[in-house]
Design a protein around this ligand. Structure first.
Ligand SMILES: NC(=O)c1ccc[n+]([C@@H]2O[C@H](COP(=O)([O-])OP(=O)(O)OC[C@H]3O[C@@H](n4cnc5c(N)ncnc54)[C@H](O)[C@@H]3O)[C@@H](O)[C@H]2O)c1
Length: 310
């Protein structure tokens, strides 16, 4: 199993580290445009191999895509992250050009690759890859909901004073401060609805804290977060590489599901060796449906900013 990660920055390197520690991939190739940067990150990570006990071989390359040939899975984290006060949508101009050229180079050397898009604004970047490449739709996956759901579970565990392993919850919708839809009605502690443990006001606070989870960290760190994003990507890569058939909310191209079409947005999907093997349609209540519709309108507005002429 060969995995390429383009962008050896904060998220890309953290993702490579978690994939290596989980020890399921034979090879990880890091690619970056900065001279020697990916090679340096790869060397540093390889020097943890005997200490951490993994056998994954990590190599680096400065923009030489021949080194990525025949990758099974590739992750696109190349681009600029947001600074405090910025929205993810403000990154569109620079990142769209980067994502378009990087996805073309990856596919040229690995025509059967499954792509995971991380660069922001992620739903729009995922849509861009659908529009500008010939990959089948099950092989283009946007990572956002897995991270947002992990942040939701973290906030719920705090509010319930419960371990995260007791908590289940999911965030669907667009990967943006206003677009996320934390499914509070369906969140549980060991199958018991969280509303049995905390008030509606507290649940609303959790929901709001989840939606601005990325912005909160960006303000604290001066750049966007990387540990949880890297871990979330590594979980998607593992689900595909190991054919786990696990369910994650991912940005997927919708063609009528949830009454939406011609956009990529976060919905629960089953991930296995064929990438997105199924889009799971939940029975949402009216309030959830209208939040998802509003979120989709926001994503479509950002998509409209793309120059989709090839
Ligand atoms: N989807 C999510 O949930 C999520 C979470 C966190 C970050 N992000 C996004 O991921 C992206 C990366 O974030 P980061 O914190 O790792 O940023 P970073 O600046 O640490 O790393 C980005 C790397 O991309 C490289 N790069 C730029 N252009 C390139 C090109 N054409 N080819 C190859 N490499 C190139 C840069 O040299 C840099 O090393 C940002 O767009 C950020 O907003 C998304």
């Amino acid at each position: 199993m060969k995995v390429t990660i383009v962008g050896a920055g904060a998220v890309g390197a953290s993702c490579a580290e978690y994939i290596a520690i989980k020890n399921f991939a034979s090879e990880v190739v890091l690619v970056d445009i900065k001279e020697d940067y990916a090679e340096g990150k790869a060397m540093d990570l390889m020097q943890t191999s005997s200490l951490l006990g993994f056998d994954t071989r990590i190599t680096g390359s400065t923009n030489d895509y021949s080194k990525t040939a025949n990758s099974d899975i590739a992750v696109i984290t190349s681009g600029i992250p947001r600074k405090p006060g910025m929205t993810r949508e403000e990154l569109i101009g620079i990142n769209a050009d980067i994502v378009k050229s990087v996805s073309a180079s990856l596919i040229e050397h690995s025509p059967n690759v499954t792509l995971i898009v991380v660069s922001n604004p992620m739903d729009t970047m995922t849509y861009l890859v659908h529009k500008t490449t010939d990959l089948p739709k099950n092989k283009i996956i946007g990572m956002g909901g897995a991270l947002d759901s992990a942040r939701f579970k973290y906030r719920l565990s705090e509010a319930l004073d419960a371990p995260q392993s007791d908590i289940d919850g999911m965030v669907i919708g667009g990967h943006s401060d206003t677009g996320m839809v934390p499914l509070t009605r369906l969140a549980t502690r060991n199958s018991v609805p969280v509303s049995k443990f905390i008030s509606k006001e507290r649940i609303d606070e959790v929901s709001e804290a989840t939606k601005v989870g990325g912005a909160t960290l960006t303000k604290m760190l001066g750049t966007s977060a990387w540990y949880a994003p890297g871990a979330a990507v590594s979980s998607l890569v593992q689900a595909i590489a190991c054919d786990q058939k696990k369910m994650f909310p991912c940005s997927a191209l919708l063609e009528g599901e949830y009454g939406l079409s011609d956009l990529c947005i976060g919905v629960p999907v089953i991930l296995g060796k064929n990438g997105i093997e199924k889009i799971v349609e939940l029975e949402l209540d009216d309030a959830e449906k209208s939040k998802l519709k509003e979120s989709a309108e926001g994503v479509s507005k950002v998509n409209d900013l793309l120059d989709l002429k090839k």
